[in-house]
Design a protein around this ligand. Structure first.
Ligand SMILES: C[S@@+](CC[C@H](N)C(=O)[O-])C[C@H]1O[C@@H](n2cnc3c(N)ncnc32)[C@H](O)[C@@H]1O
Length: 218
């Protein structure tokens, strides 16, 4: 079947299933981005624009040189938004092909892009960022590694810094019929970003209650 008639979400689910069966929860992202580069797959989460909630949030909060980190940046519209808003921005993804595609897409970027794994993050990210943005990445990892992923994200926030989290709400789906990815986050999981000195400052359901939007500080 030609790739343009395969449903991108179904293709991602099939790729994830194989990687998980092989015990590698992140093992399907790089092949997916590489296949997309070769015109043999579609990146299902690529919308060509930043997160609506992040765009609204950042509109009233220019960066003024503060350091921002985008976790699992994908095609990087959020990272480019932050850089354009005055944040000294770093963004990372586990997939080298994603980073390559981003550098082709934004050749004159001011963002520092890195290939890195949230589950084994670079030591220099620890407590290093005034703004940490985690949107739809933790939910792309299965529940078995969720706590480790959340601990990493919380660890990136500098003293006085802010963490924003956007995720599909598990409460909005029918778990009996759902098959991930993504594996949406429930309220307790969102609240659990508050750890090791990080505290929750705002928690809302947005997009007709389908998504969580949460803010934290250290
Ligand atoms: C569902 S996409 C979301 C991308 C982007 N945050 C957005 O909102 O469009 C999840 C992204 O996280 C990346 N990713 C998954 N696991 C990761 C990990 N352990 N470390 C870093 N990036 C990861 C994937 O390669 C993918 O680009």
């Amino acid at each position: 079947m030609p790739h343009d008639v395969i449903d991108p979400d179904e293709d991602a689910r099939r790729r994830a299933e194989l990687a998980l069966a092989a015990g590698d929860p992140t093992g399907w992202f790089e092949p997916l981005y590489a296949a997309a580069e070769a015109g043999q797959a579609v990146v299902p989460w690529f919308r060509g624009e930043p997160s609506r909630e992040l765009a609204e949030w950042v509109a009233g909060r220019p960066g003024d040189g503060r350091r921002a980190l985008v976790v699992g940046c994908g095609m990087a519209d959020d990272a480019e938004l932050l850089a354009a808003s005055g944040y000294e921005t770093t963004a990372f993804d586990v997939s080298p092909s994603a980073i390559k595609a981003v550098l082709t897409r934004f050749p004159d970027t001011r963002v520092s892009y890195r290939t890195a794994d949230l589950l084994a993050p670079p030591a220099d990210f620890h407590h290093a960022f005034d703004l940490v943005v985690e949107i739809l990445t933790v939910q792309s990892l299965p529940k078995e590694v969720r706590d480790a992923a959340i601990a990493s994200v919380a660890g990136f926030v500098a003293p006085g810094g802010t963490l924003v989290v956007g995720a599909v709400a598990e409460e909005s789906i029918d778990l009996d019929t759902w098959s991930g990815p993504p594996w949406p986050l429930n309220r307790a999981e969102v609240e659990s970003f508050a750890r090791d000195g990080v505290t929750l400052t705002e928690l809302q359901r947005v997009r007709d209650d389908v998504r969580w939007w949460a803010e934290f500080t250290r």
